[in-house]
Design a protein around this ligand. Sequence first.
Ligand code: HAM
Length: 426
Amino acid sequence: MAKIQAIRGMNDILPEQTPVWQFVEATVRNLLRQYGYQEIRMPIVEQTDLFKRSIGEVTDIVEKEMYTFDDRNGDSLTLRPEGTAGCVRAAEEHGLLFNQTRRLWYTGPMFRHERPQKGRYRQFHQIGVECFGMTGPDIDAELLVLTARLWKALGLADHTRLEINTIGTSEARRAFRGALVDYLGQYRNELDADSQRRLETNPLRILDSKDAGTRRILAQAPSLDDYLDEESRVHFERVKALLDAAGVSYSVNPALVRGLDYYGKTVFEWITDSLGAQGTVCAGGRYDGLVEQLGGRPTPAVGFAMGLERLILLLETLELVPGHVNSNADVYVVAMGDDAVAQALSLAENLRSALPTRAVVSHCGGGSFKSQMKKADRSGARYAVILGDNELHNGTVALKPLRDNEDQRELPQGDIAAWLANALTD
Ligand code: HAM
């Protein structure tokens, strides 16, 4: 019978891969704690209307990419394509936004029915942050300073660049949209097919077009900058000044408009040139209108989400995964003979009590000394602790460094925990 396989674009994350995931997740988690963020966990499924009303009816995500189905009651539900809408829904529903500021974060799988390719999947994982109740621009800048610090912590600072833009208030965008449609309408037949369609539905997205012909036409198009409202302009100038003061480099990309409708004022993307077409590793912006649009009181908000698959792919492509990440043992206990096995069990327990942050893996299942040592080496452990007849007899253990060229040494059993505590420093 044919075997059932995973769904296209939805990946298993295998035991060899989880250490790097855990490394990235732990690094982000720790960093967010440093900035005072609180974690929120939302359901993966929401009412379809939530995404239609927030992301926008005529966006690619809502038009073409959502996993939407009727449940057994006939309600239309959707697997979340992103986290912002659900976070706003949850925060509002539980009164987290009334008269207070919030820095929230979440992580988990998101679902979009896109064409799978390297860095683009149908189930992918984001870590997102959303800040509520702060009009900025200081919080906009803080978010970018935070992400810059994260790239440093992950060793990615030299491989990511920041693009920012302001897309103004919805009134400013409406005026610009009108002018853009008038201009592009004259060249309708020369635009690529996608842009022709977007002319009717979401003309600002045409600015994102990669088609060479369309790009030529866009060169003379009216610019959003000419229609910007004063408040957005001042806000953006201030964000830039704060980034300059904090030493975060950026470039202003006037074509950066983002594919979700809820944004206004600041938008940004962190991009890498090392992953090909799917190079945006983190993206977000301000969305001051969304809480009200979903039925809450007017509440300023800004946030971003990063794609974990892309970050991990980047770390792997650049061979930047720190060595210690991939080892699942610090110490590997090898025992030869029944008596030694019994002794090793309690020795390993003692080591776990004495070294609570270290992984002490006992060899189980017997086998020759050679095969046990091979497993010890493969485990990534720094040291093998060896118990055989001789050691049992002498009340010692043999300690073999597996990563350095140091000699094997013999130590009294009672000294081994303290010796390892001293030797295992990083
Ligand atoms: P987004 O730009 O749609 O924004 O997605 C954010 C990030 O998720 C992308 O930059 C990318 O790294 C990752 N991503 C998106 N789609 C895929 C995919 N199919 N496969 C792999 N990775 C993907 C949002 O989702 C907004 N909610 C961000 C935000 C939060 N804005 C304000 N707050």
